[in-house]
Design a protein. Structure first.
Length: 123
C-alpha cells in the first residue's frame, strides 16, 4: 500500500520533463505564491525544508509535503494528475507549465482496511 500514485497522463508529462531536465523532485506546495499544488523542480534546484516529510515517489521522483499538510492528508490516498493549462504559462515555478500543463492533486480517504495495511507496512 502506498500513499500516492500518478495518472498515466501525468506520468507521460513527468517522463517528458525527466528527458529534458534529468532528475526531478516534487513538493506539495502549501499555498502563498503558488497555491496548493504539486510543484515539480529539477532535483538540485529545490531545497527540501526540514519541516517537510517524504510522502513517497512518483515515476522515480521523490515527493515531499509540509508536516502540517501531511497531518491533513495522512488519511488520504493522493493521486497526481495533470491538466492543460495554457493560461498559466509563466505563472509558476513548476517545470510542467512551460509545456502547457499543470499538475493537480486529487485525494480520497483511505478505507479503514487500507489505512490499517498502510500503517502496518510503514512500521
Amino acid at each position: 500500500m502506498k500513499r500516492l500514485d500518478v495518472t498515466p497522463a501525468a506520468a507521460e508529462v513527468i517522463e517528458r520533463l525527466k528527458k529534458e531536465h534529468g532528475e526531478l523532485v516534487f513538493n506539495q506546495s502549501g499555498g502563498c505564491c503558488d497555491g496548493t499544488a504539486p510543484m515539480c523542480y529539477e532535483k538540485g534546484d529545490f531545497y527540501v525544508p526540514s519541516r517537510n516529510v517524504k510522502l513517497g515517489e512518483i515515476c522515480g521522483c521523490e515527493f515531499f509535503i509540509d508536516k502540517d499538510q501531511f497531518e491533513y492528508f495522512k488519511h488520504s490516498f493522493i493521486t497526481i494528475d495533470v491538466r492543460e493549462e495554457k493560461a498559466a504559462f509563466g505563472n509558476s515555478f513548476s517545470l510542467e507549465i512551460d509545456l502547457g500543463y499543470q499538475f493537480i492533486t486529487k485525494s480520497r480517504i483511505f478505507t479503514d482496511e487500507e489505512y490499517k495495511q498502510l500503517l502496518e507496512e510503514e512500521k
